[in-house]
Design a binder for this molecule. Structure first.
Ligand code: SF4
Length: 490
């Protein structure tokens, strides 16, 4: 593929970047000319259309609008994220190109009313309709700080200085440009327990109306939580924050009996979204504790699921995080000891910890079936195989998602660099430099659309060939809680 290029319409813009980039900088005026179809980046100055954009702010075009119609800019989230990490103030939105300079308040308002955030006179003439052009503009004028103003020269000088500050990011974009193979791990993203939990909150909102309170994050994903907040869910830390008589949903991670008692005392209408596979571990703990056995709970001390599970029998449960703790743990009676596991552990690590416990306590009793759930197991197996076939693995998931973190560890253990990102804006361009095979997966709590966003952004850096890897089909479905209905989530 031909090398990428940075295009600057004006001489001043060209001068600002000339000699500062490894990639060629071409002054274009308003014509793309007979250029090759290679990812490019238009850099320059622009006017803002909305009052939340200030002089000196950057606008990265999520879409370029002109006489040829709207054109996407697939890599915009990658470049915008990189610019933000460089300490710059960045807005992402449609940039509209007009024939003549727009300055009046009315003209700006008319363009803003159609959703555009900035205006220039070149981007749409320079952009490629296939979505591989990135547009980065520094704002010189706004609805309040107009072009026709004695302050414009000073503002333009400052804007050009900001444009120079983008140079390292533009070089990272150029280094990341290239043709790629993308291998999607199958299965990935939502599991049955997460789909059920989200469905529970949505159904509760439909049935009872907002607000519906949810104790803790319903699942460990920022995007899921924000979307439910938009629909009227209110997330609280503890049940005693819910107004008496209100509706409260318990999250997929489960709660201790003490939390249920608090809800009951406050007369709350409880809808329990605890994943049935977490419930299974709670029941195992109850069974072992009832037999007066010490229960060694293999898991992460502060994880919500572990806190809830331990709460079933706090006098009997001892949390064991890893093989080192397994080697140190002491129990009152080595003949009466059992173990259970957090559902989202790394399969290999948990097996190692259990092996240490078995060696120390030959009478150790375990659960009837594995506690690490099918979704965790399947996603780890898929990412292990994908990691072996790629140079980089991107795991989509929030930092507090245990199963997402484990996917990173599994990929790294397979010898491939892996990174956890909450969404595409956190993918760093430097990870992609020289990388031609990228594996992508997502934790069980991460929406599938976030994976699509990453793939689409990579397509903005060059041709992308996407294939799935993995043949496990998940067809598990859990019934929704009886408080809502008897329907089944598939
Ligand atoms: Fe249930 Fe496993 Fe999904 Fe957790 S990851 S919600 S235990 S299916």
């Amino acid at each position: 593929m031909t090398a990428p290029v940075v295009r600057t319409p004006l001489w001043t813009e060209w001068l600002a970047l000339r000699g500062r980039l490894d990639v060629p900088v071409v002054r274009t005026g308003r014509s793309r000319g007979a250029s090759l179809p290679v990812p490019d980046l238009v850099a320059g100055l622009a006017g803002a259309l909305t009052s939340d954009v200030a002089p000196g702010d950057l606008v990265v075009a999520g879409e370029v609008r002109g006489e040829r119609g709207p054109m996407p800019s697939h890599a915009a989230p990658l470049v915008a994220g990189e610019l933000r990490r460089a300490g710059l103030r960045v807005h992402v939105g449609p940039v509209v190109t007009t024939r003549r300079v727009v300055d009046s308040t009315q003209d700006r308002a008319a363009l803003a009313a159609r959703g555009a955030v900035a205006v220039d006179t070149e981007s749409a003439l320079l952009a490629s309709p296939d979505g591989t052009t990135v547009v980065v503009r520094v704002v010189t004028d706004t609805p309040r700080q107009r072009l026709l103003s004695p302050a414009l020269p000073a503002r333009a000088v400052r804007a050009l200085a900001t444009l120079r500050r983008t140079a390292p990011v533009l070089d990272r974009w150029a280094a990341a440009v290239g043709e790629r193979e993308v291998v999607l791990a199958t299965p990935r993203s939502f599991c049955a327990g997460v789909e059920r939990a989200i469905h529970v909150v949505e159904s509760a909102l439909d049935r009872f109306g907002a607000p519906v309170h949810v104790r803790r994050q319903i699942v460990h994903n920022r995007h899921v939580v924000e979307e439910l907040e938009r629909r009227g869910a209110v997330f609280v830390e503890e049940a005693d924050e819910v107004p008496e008589g209100g509706v409260v949903v318990f999250s997929a991670h489960g709660v201790a009996p003490a939390v249920r008692r608090t809800a009951e005392e406050r007369g709350l209408r409880v809808i329990d979204a605890t994943c049935p596979l977490v419930w299974k571990v709670h029941r195992e703990v109850g069974r072992f504790a009832a037999a007066d056995r010490t229960v060694l709970l293999i898991g992460h001390h502060d994880h919500e699921e572990v806190v809830g599970t331990r709460g079933e029998a706090p006098d009997h449960v001892v949390v064991v995080a890893d093989p080192e703790e397994a080697a140190r743990v002491s129990v009152p009676d080595p003949e009466r000891v059992s173990y259970v596991m957090q559902t989202t552990l790394a399969v290999d690590d948990a097996a190692e910890t259990a092996a240490v416990l078995r060696e120390r306590f030959p009478a150790l009793a375990g659960p009837h079936t594995d506690d690490i759930c099918y979704a965790t197991t399947n996603r780890q197996q898929a990412v292990r195989e994908v990691a072996a076939r790629t140079e980089l693995v991107i795991v989509v998931g929030s930092p507090n998602s245990s199963n997402s973190q484990r996917l990173v560890e599994v990929a790294e253990a397979a010898g491939t660099p892996a990174h956890l990102v909450d969404d595409v804006s956190e993918v760093e361009l430097s990870w992609l430099a020289g990388v031609r095979r990228v594996g992508i997966t997502a934790g069980a709590s991460a929406p599938p659309a976030l994976v699509d966003d990453v793939v689409q952004s990579l397509a903005g850096l060059g041709p992308v060939h996407v294939r799935e890897h993995g043949d496990v089909v998940e067809d598990i479905a859990f019934a929704v809680p009886k408080e809502l209905s008897r329907e089944v989530v598939t």
